[in-house]
Design a protein around this ligand. Structure first.
Ligand code: NAP
Ligand code: G4F
Length: 330
């Protein structure tokens, strides 16, 4: 029997890696794609696996939609009757969430409830993955684990915490197989260009090519636990194959500061980061999350997932990819 998955946020970094993983496992994959006025569809991260709707035997289906539209979600869940649902859609940028708090709550918090409610109302027996985040820990002291008390520091963190508890609540109230992965930062060459790692590695490529001289950053002292996004897609899938719906921290456990990442990225191109990184207050946040370091012991012990790529290798992989893309004129 072909297994079927529905992915919200399929056009994002994680959605694209998860799609590749599920297609490689023989799944039929359905994804929700937002309408834009200027493109037929925002699917550039899916280029490698995109299948023309006129092809026979295709296993990737893209549906126009939005997680702010409850009717659309209800219709899709009922019509597709997926075995697995991955809720990856979000306004996922922390700094942006301070400027768009209500919008962020509508998409990131209420979007999850609309989806849970669509599944409950349809009575489709789908397993649900909710993309929770280490940002929910906020000020809590590291290392953060499944038992750490949450203290979100941004509209995004608060919205994700609401979605997280809604997922727990639907599991406890209705016996649904709904589980949250509390993922720490994960990156890749497909990372959005305004997140700090990709902003740095793109700048390294452009500075090494003589196109630019400087990159402007905010807080260099923030500590993050950066992992490699394709490995996190594997963790999501493994969580839905588990016998029980259980929430897990997904992390490497290896911390680094923003300045460490910058140093490693510039050094990989033979450059000294101190010659090229300037400070700009605009990239500071009204409230910062100073230190996120995950404790991935539980997911390692119970489902055998462990991060292989750590932040310093990640910096090199992303610099190489951005330099290659620049050379190819992308
Ligand atoms: P991303 O690259 O920002 O992708 C977000 C996805 O959500 C995109 O496909 C985006 O569509 C879609 N989306 C946004 N608003 C939507 C709406 N109203 N309706 C439908 N789709 C909408 O994020 P990511 O890095 O892949 O992360 C995936 C999920 O994991 C997100 O929920 C994020 O908050 C969460 N998370 C990420 C990390 C991380 O470090 N990457 C860590 C913890 C949790 P467009 O392409 O059209 O913008
Ligand atoms: O790359 P960032 O924007 O990621 P942040 O805020 O940690 O959020 C990401 O990870 C979360 C998991 O913890 C996800 F849930 C969320 O969706 C997103 O994927 O910033 C990382 C750090 C911050 O401390 C920020 O203040 O880098 C610092 N930073 C310093 N200069 C900067 C910059 N961040 C950005 N985006 N741009 C800067 O110029």
């Amino acid at each position: 029997m072909t297994r079927t998955a529905l992915i919200t946020g399929i056009t994002g970094q994680d959605g694209s890696y998860l799609t590749e993983l599920l297609l490689s496992k023989g799944y039929e994959v359905h994804g929700i794609v937002r309408h834009t006025s200027s493109l037929i569809a925002n699917t550039s991260r899916l280029d490698a696996v995109y299948q023309d709707p006129h092809e026979s035997g295709r296993r990737l289906f893209l549906h126009k939609g939005d997680v702010t539209d409850a009717g659309l979600l209800g219709n899709l869940v009922r019509d597709i009757a997926p075995d697995e649902i991955y809720n990856l859609a979000a306004q996922s940028h922390v700094r942006v969430s301070f400027d768009l708090p209500e919008y962020t709550a509508n998409v990131t918090a209420l979007g999850a409830v609309r989806l849970l409610e669509a599944v409950r109302a349809s009575r489709v027996e789908a397993r649900i993955y909710q993309a929770s985040t280490s940002e929910m820990f906020g000020l809590a002291a590291p290392p953060q684990s499944e038992t750490t008390v949450f203290h979100p520091r941004s509209p995004y963190g608060a919205a994700k915490l609401y979605a997280h508890w809604a997922t727990v609540n639907y599991r406890e109230s209705y016996g649904m197989f709904a589980a949250s992965g509390i993922a720490f930062n994960h990156e890749s060459p497909r990372r959005g260009e305004t997140f700090v790692t990709r902003k740095i590695t793109r700048a390294v490529a452009r500075i090494a090519a003589g196109i630019e001289k400087h990159v402007y950053l905010g807080n260099l002292d923030a500590v993050r636990d950066w992992g490699y996004a394709p490995e996190y897609a594997e963790a999501m899938w493994l969580m839905l194959q588990h016998a029980e719906p259980v929430d897990y921290v997904i992390a490497t456990g290896r911390p680094a500061r923003v300045r460490d990442f910058a140093e490693a990225a510039f050094a990989h191109a033979g450059l000294d980061w101190r010659d090229h990184v300037e400070h700009d207050d605009r990239y500071e946040r009204p409230a910062e999350v100073p230190e996120l370091i995950g404790d991935p012991a539980k997911i390692g012990r119970e489902i055998g997932w462990r991060a292989k790529v750590h932040w310093d290798e990640l910096a090199r992989v992303m610099v190489d990819a951005d330099r290659a893309a620049l050379r190819a004129g992308e």
